[in-house]
Write a protein that binds this ligand. Structure first.
Ligand SMILES: [Zn+2]
Length: 139
């Protein structure tokens, strides 16, 4: 259902927004808390620079707000509406959800932010493949 070449693929898996070939992050697991937002400088396949301009990812804080609200609303609906718990329990569930999913929310918002500005380009995939073939032939 979700395949490479779809924006959603890059957003959900945190791969390069232009070629979808490799992760933008140094560590794939977002729960390695020291590396949550450590990103590679460039894509090794298509050489796309992720930080388009200095402090580019500060803008992802706007997205982060929307993503966090979506998680909070989901937690509220599950605990209060579906499971019929009290408002206090729903509040605690929202707080725990926001803390527990914090690394995922941070990465999702960065992925969404960079995908506002970059799109998949199939030429970059084929170009990087031919570059590799040339490198193999010359080696
Ligand atoms: Zn790339």
């Amino acid at each position: 259902m979700i395949r490479k070449r779809m924006k959603l693929y890059s957003i959900l898996f945190g791969v390069c927004p232009k070629c979808h070939q490799e992760s933008m992050y140094v560590t794939k697991n977002p729960y390695v808390l020291s590396d949550v937002i450590k990103m590679k400088e460039k894509c090794s396949h298509c050489h796309t620079k992720y930080e388009i301009e200095p402090s580019f990812f500060y803008g992802s804080m706007y997205v982060s707000y929307a993503v966090a609200v979506a998680f909070a609303v989901a937690a509220f609906i599950i605990t209060f509406v579906i499971l019929n718990f009290s408002l206090t329990v729903a509040f605690v569930a929202i707080v725990l959800t926001l803390i527990g999913f914090m690394p995922i929310i941070m990465r999702l918002s960065r992925n969404i932010w960079i995908n506002f500005f970059m799109s998949y380009n199939k030429d970059l995939v084929t170009k990087s493949k031919t570059e590799k073939d040339l490198a193999k032939k010359s080696a």
